[in-house]
Design a protein around this ligand. Structure first.
Ligand code: TYD
Length: 147
């Protein structure tokens, strides 16, 4: 039997369509632990007021899984599994990018007013981060490609 973390390491990064309740008064979107995302949401944070040309991220996580949503504006998420790279443009409040642990990410190309909501599985701890790409790659290359 695989434990929860091992299972997360088998999953691929992917776009997730979130429920959208159309309403003439304005639309509404929601996300539920264990339904639209395969983890329990433990923490939320958001990135905003990003100056033009700046980059965020630049790390991977050992255990943390997350869902990124452009709740306003747009930005790019560049991800690597140590084998391959892929870029997603997020620009819809009803679409999330699921990122399992063991994936490198950088965020760039933020539009003016963009807000990146991040829903994540773990409490914040610096111990969960790998912030050196070569160190990440050396570990990740021994795992199967997921991108
Ligand atoms: P970091 O995760 O590196 O930012 P990015 O979204 O660009 O990857 O976090 C930046 C700083 O904020 C870092 O010093 C840790 C701090 N931080 C917290 O204290 N709590 C949190 O929940 C998060 C996400 C970051």
């Amino acid at each position: 039997m695989m434990n929860e973390l091992e299972t997360l390491y088998t999953l691929r990064p992917q776009l997730v369509q979130l429920p959208k309740i159309h309403d003439p008064r304005g639309n509404l979107t929601f996300v539920q632990s264990g339904k639209e995302v395969p983890f329990a949401i433990r923490r939320a944070y958001w990135i905003y007021d990003v100056p033009a040309g700046e980059e965020r991220g630049g790390h991977s996580h050992r255990e943390m899984a997350q869902l990124l949503v452009a709740v306003g504006g747009s930005f790019n998420v560049n991800i690597s599994d140590g084998h391959n790279w892929r870029t997603y443009t997020l620009n819809r409040p009803f679409e999330g990018l699921f990122i399992p642990p063991g994936i490198w990410r950088t965020l760039d190309n933020f539009s003016s007013g963009a807000v990146c909501l991040s829903l994540v599985s773990n409490d914040y701890t610096e111990d969960d981060y790998i912030r050196d790409y070569e160190k990440f790659r050396a570990e990740a290359i021994s795992r199967k490609p997921r991108i």
